[in-house]
Every structure is written in structure tokens, then in C-alpha cells.
Design a protein around this ligand. Structure first.
Ligand code: C2E
Ligand code: MG
Ligand code: MG
Length: 607
């Protein structure tokens, strides 16, 4: 039996269905609104992204192009949609790689650049290329097959990176590689030598007396000079060679791929010739030379630091040989450098370990034959090498700055000695103390303390003479002049040592209020057989006396020399004839016996 629905039942069902339909419609509307809202959100996100977002289908046609893409590529969405990226934003040189990448993807599904950030160049609508950062993702579903590319313009960042890199690697004045880049290039060249079995030459170039140019013509001209020098250096060597500026007036050149070390000599000579051609800078004609040190990889060393030391030593040897020349590194130079390094180390300990002693050499009054003065001459008792000559260690002390401390010790020790001898033997006794120009120039040398020391010790300034070199007067600045006045105020006298070997004039001595001239031994030595030196000594003595300066002859070895000097009216003599420099106790014996007169007379009778 079948049930038959009454008309009331059918009405109920209809109402129910209609209700369900309405509910479904409302639900659909709501979902649509949600989707719409999400879409709007996505679009806003898409458009406001700081990256360009580019979508394309698997054929490479552009299907999405946001506002930022318009901005960085110069194409509007309208213009570019449906074009391929090969036709538009990929530079020509990358197009083949792109086509191959797409082909590979369609065959195997593989995308090399997927999910990684890569840096690449893109093409702007106006034809210029610019650097971008790019990452790509793929949607591959039944509904949608698409690539999305996130592209960021990194031109500014790249520019900033380049500026920073240049600052770190180039010298801003000359645009040459700086020390940093020089070292990288040197390492690189060494590796390529290893591969090719060839050599490289490392040249250290130091300008001779560049400081004088700066001091006399000013830093602006100095800068122009450095720029001109850089271009002369670069123009003289090959394109593959690296010219760098390490500091101030120090340049290096790496000559790479050399098969015959001898071939380097003419290149160096050419560099010297080029550099010594006159420079015309702001209408000033400037003359300058340079010294070049050369070392070879791998012949001289395989170690990068040793190579730099070698070239530096060779350069100093070139300077020592008279400048405007080149010097090759040799094993003998290396030995000398090793010995020097050891000496520097030992010299640092010498004061503390009381290895210094002052010897005194008599200075004799030639008219009375009395021993009235002495020169303090420093001696170093080296624990292994024995007595080391000041001619050897003073230049090293100067180079390392140790001269300040050593000079102070000499001054204090000698002034105390002078006070003692003045008390014991002769109220007018005077000690002459050598000073190095560096002590006058360097603040750290603390010469100021000398005056305090003299006052505190109650010592008379008259007990001391300081010996200076002619060079110091030639280069005298305000500081030197004031210091000379300080000595004058303290009643300390001033002598010019080794007079005649430098270029100072007698009038210059007057200007500085000098008390004594010490005629250099080289002139005194030849007095008895060289007419020129004889005339020179006599002239110096006469002129000095006219200027109120007293004269001491150094290196008097024979009684003939003694007699000639006496005849010229020379005031004092110093030399082996009277006595060699001796230790304190021996000098006291000389003072007690007052034997100088006897010595001179005895030598005269045996001569
Ligand atoms: P100098 O100041 O010209 O000293 C004279 C040098 O000639 C001394 O050499 C002395 O021993 C030597 N001499 C003296 N009479 C004769 C002679 O008749 N014949 C020969 N052939 N030589 C003679 P020394 O002691 O070896 O000193 C060498 C140089 O070292 C000095 O030359 C001076 O420039 C420097 N020196 C020595 N002591 C000091 C010091 O305390 N401070 C500084 N800054 N330099 C010093
Ligand atoms: Mg001297
Ligand atoms: Mg001297």
C-alpha cells in the first residue's frame, strides 16, 4: 500500500526546500564576499609589495605585473601582459640560458633557480641593464600552471657596495690599489706563477727626499706630484703589471709572468729615468728621483712576507748607495738584516743591563798643552760580540728611537762626571757630549729634562758642551733655534762636530751663536802632505776666529800635524797623539799626572 501525500504535506516540503535554498544562497553570498575580500587583500598585497612581482605561464607569457614591476622595468601592465619575458626584461646575453632553463623545466620539472635568491642583471624598457635579486616559485596544479618571480632592484645597494669596496682597496689620491689590494694581487700573481712555472719581480719604490718637496712647496704640490708619479709608473709597465701605493711616497710594482729575471733590469732603469724627468706642477719645475729595491718569487723567497721584507731591504740598500738607483735583493743583504734585527733586540736591553760605558778622550789646549776638556764617547760592551763601535750602533739607535733613552743616559752620566772632575782636578774642566739630530727633533727625546737635571744637580752649564752636526743647522726650524737658545740660557756651549763634511757656511754658524768648530779628521789627516787640506784648515781657523768661534782639530795623530795646527793658531787638538779615548780611571791618571805636555814632547823627540 502506497502512502499518498496530502496537499498540506506537499506545501510543508516546498517551504522547507525554499528555506534550505535561501540558506544556501546566503552561505554562498557570504563565501563570495569572503573570497572577494581575500582577493582585494591579495591584490593590495600584490600591488603594494616592495618587490616587483611578475607572473607568467609555462610558455613564458607574462600574466601578472604589479605596480613595482611597472616602476622598475618602465613597462605598464597593459603594455606587457601577454608578451614574453625574453622579449622584454631579460638582457640579450641571458636569453639562451633562459630558453634552455624553460626547456629543461618542461621536460623534467627541474628549475635550477627555484627557491634560491640569485643576483642577475635585468633589462629596463629604455635599454639599460640594472642589477636585481630574484627568486622564483612554481605553481603546477590541474587548475593553474604558473611561475611567480619576486624581483628586487638592488642598484643602490650595489653602488654602495662598490663605493665601500673601492674605499677599502684603492688609494683615493692616485686611484692606485692600496696595501690591501696590493697584497691580494701579490697572492694572486704568486699562484699564477706556480701554475705557469714563471717568476715575478716585486719592486719597492721610495721617492728620494719627497719630504723636502712637501716642506718647501706645500702639500698641494706634493699631492700633484704623487698623481703624476703614479701615471708615469703605470705608463712605463705593462697592462698586466700592478702598480700600488702603500703609503706616503712608497709605491710597489708587481711585474708578473717573467721568464728571465735579467729582463727586469732595463724596466727598472726605465722607471728611474721616467721618474727623474722634471715635473711641471702649477708652473713649478720640480726635480725628483727614486730608489728601487727588487726581489724575485720564487728565487729569493716563496714566503709573501719575506718577499716584502726583501724588497724593502733592497730599496734601503739602493738609498744607502746614493739614491736614484736600483738594488737587487741578495743573500748578503739578508744576513745583514738578520744581524741588524738581533742588534736592535740586544740594544733594547743594553741600558738596563748596564752594558754601556763612557770613554773619555782628552781635548788639549794647543797653546798651553793642558788637558782642559774631554769628549764623551759611548762604548757598548756586548755580551757576545765584545766592544761594538758607536759608528755601528748609534745609527740603529737613531732608527729605532732608542737614541732618546741612550742619549739621556749619556748626558746624565757625563754631567755627573764633569762635576766630579771639576771638584777634584780643574774648576774649568769641560766635557763635550755628542747629540744626534733626532734628539733635537723628537719631543720624546726629553731634552727639556736636561736643564732640570742640571739645576737639581747644582751642576754648572759651563761644565758641558753639546756637539751637533752641520746637518741640524742646515735643517734648523724654530724648535731647533729655540732649543739652542735654551742651551745658551743654561750656559751650555755648542760645538759643530765633523765640520767640513756637510754644507754649512761659516756665516750660518755665526747666526746660531756657535762656540766651537771641530775640524773633521779627514782634513787633519792629510795636513802634512796635502796642500789643499792644509789651506782649508788654515782658512777655517782664520775665518772661525774672525767670527769669535774657537777651533778644535779632530784626529791629530802626528806631532807634525800638532805643530802645523799650533802655527795656524788652532785652539785645541784631539787625537791619538795625545791619547785614545779611555775609561774613567785611566782618564783620571791622565788628569793627575797632567802628562799631556810630556807625551807630546816625548813623541816629538821620537818622531
Ligand atoms: P765623533 O764625535 O766625531 O768622535 C770622534 C771619533 O774619532 C771617535 O770615534 C774617536 O775615537 C775617533 N778618534 C779620535 N781621535 C782619533 C785619531 O787620532 N785617529 C782616528 N783615526 N780616530 C780618532 P768613536 O768613539 O768610534 O765614535 C764614533 C762616532 O760615534 C762619534 O764621532 C760620534 O759621532 C758617535 N758617538 C759616539 N758617542 C756618541 C754618543 O754618546 N751619542 C751620539 N749621538 N753619538 C756618539
Ligand atoms: Mg763628536
Ligand atoms: Mg767628530
Amino acid at each position: 500500500m502506497s502512502e499518498i501525500n496530502s496537499p498540506e504535506d506537499e506545501n510543508d516540503e516546498k517551504t522547507l526546500l525554499e528555506g534550505k535554498l535561501k540558506a544556501l544562497e546566503a552561505d554562498l553570498r557570504q563565501k563570495k564576499e569572503i573570497i572577494l575580500a581575500q582577493h582585494t587583500k591579495l591584490e593590495a598585497f600584490f600591488e603594494s609589495s616592495i618587490d616587483a612581482l611578475v607572473q607568467m605561464d609555462f610558455d613564458g607569457h607574462i600574466t601578472g605585473w604589479n605596480h613595482q614591476a611597472e616602476k622598475i622595468f618602465g613597462w605598464s601592465a597593459e603594455e606587457i601582459l601577454d608578451q614574453t619575458i625574453e622579449q622584454t626584461i631579460i638582457p640579450e646575453r641571458y636569453r639562451d640560458a633562459h630558453t634552455n632553463g624553460m626547456k629543461r623545466f618542461l621536460e623534467s620539472g627541474e628549475v635550477v633557480v627555484m627557491n634560491t635568491l640569485i643576483e642577475i642583471h635585468a633589462l629596463h624598457r629604455d635599454g639599460h641593464e640594472f642589477p636585481v635579486e630574484l627568486s622564483i616559485s612554481v605553481i603546477d596544479s590541474t587548475d593553474l600552471q604558473e611561475f611567480s618571480a619576486y624581483i628586487r632592484d638592488i642598484s643602490e645597494r650595489k653602488h654602495a657596495e662598490t663605493v665601500i669596496w673601492n674605499q677599502a682597496n684603492f688609494d683615493s689620491l692616485t686611484n692606485l690599489p692600496n696595501r690591501n689590494l696590493f697584497l691580494q694581487k701579490l697572492e694572486h700573481e704568486i699562484r699564477s706563477c706556480d701554475r705557469s712555472n714563471l717568476s715575478l719581480a716585486l719592486l719597492y719604490i721610495d721617492l728620494d727626499r719627497f719630504k723636502d718637496v712637501n716642506d718647501t712647496l706645500g702639500h698641494d704640490i706634493g699631492d700633484l706630484l704623487l698623481i703624476e708619479i703614479s701615471s708615469r709608473l703605470k705608463n712605463t709597465v705593462r697592462e698586466i703589471d700592478t702598480v700600488s701605493r702603500l703609503s706616503g711616497d712608497e709605491f710597489t710594482i708587481i711585474l708578473g709572468q717573467i721568464d728571465d729575471p735579467l729582463s727586469v733590469q732595463p724596466i727598472c732603469q726605465q722607471l728611474l729615468d721616467e721618474l727623474s724627468r722634471p715635473y711641471l706642477l702649477n708652473n713649478e719645475k720640480v726635480f725628483l728621483t727614486a730608489s728601487i729595491g727588487v726581489t724575485f718569487y720564487p728565487q729569493d723567497s716563496k714566503d709573501i712576507e719575506a718577499l716584502q721584507r726583501n724588497a724593502d731591504q733592497a730599496m734601503y740598500a739602493a738609498k744607502g748607495n746614493g739614491r736614484n738607483r736600483l738594488h737587487f735583493f741578495t743573500p748578503e743583504l739578508q744576513d745583514r738584516a738578520i744581524r741588524k734585527r738581533k742588534m736592535i733586540k740586544d740594544l733594547r736591553d743594553a741600558i738596563e743591563q748596564q752594558q754601556f760605558e763612557i770613554y773619555y778622550q782628552p781635548i788639549v789646549d794647543l797653546q798651553s798643552n793642558l788637558l782642559t776638556k774631554a769628549e764623551a764617547l759611548l762604548r757598548w760592551h756586548h755580551p757576545e760580540s765584545g766592544m761594538v763601535s758607536p759608528a755601528v750602533f748609534i745609527p740603529i739607535a737613531e732608527e729605532t728611537g732608542l737614541i732618546a733613552e741612550i742619549g739621556n743616559w749619556v748626558f746624565y752620566t757625563a754631567t755627573e762626571q764633569a762635576s766630579r772632575w771639576r771638584e777634584q782636578f780643574n774648576r774649568d774642566f769641560q766635557i763635550s757630549i755628542n747629540t744626534s739630530p733626532l734628539q733635537w727633533i723628537d719631543e720624546a727625546a726629553a731634552m727639556n729634562d736636561w736643564f732640570t737635571h742640571l739645576r737639581q744637580a747644582g751642576a754648572s752649564g759651563q761644565s758641558i758642551t753639546v756637539e751637533i752636526t752641520e746637518g741640524l743647522l742646515m735643517d734648523a726650524n724654530d724648535k731647533t733655534t729655540n732649543r739652542l737658545l735654551d742651551f745658551r740660557d743654561a750656559e751650555v756651549q755648542v760645538s759643530i762636530d765633523d765640520f767640513g763634511t756637510g754644507y754649512s757656511s761659516l756665516s750660518c754658524l755665526k747666526q746660531f751663536d756657535i762656540d766651537y768648530l771641530k775640524i773633521d779628521q779627514t782634513f787633519v789627516r792629510n795636513l802634512d802632505h796635502d796642500q789643499d787640506d792644509l789651506a782649508l784648515c788654515e782658512a777655517i781657523i782664520v775665518m772661525a776666529h774672525k767670527l769669535g768661534i774657537k777651533v778644535i782639530a779632530e784626529g791629530v795623530e802626528t806631532s807634525t800635524q800638532n805643530q802645523l795646527l799650533k802655527d795656524f793658531g788652532c785652539d785645541f787638538g784631539q787625537g791619538y797623539l795625545y791619547s785614545r779615548p779611555v775609561a774613567v780611571s785611566d782618564f783620571e791618571t791622565l788628569l793627575m799626572d797632567e802628562p799631556v805636555k810630556k807625551i807630546v814632547e816625548a813623541k816629538k823627540s821620537t818622531a
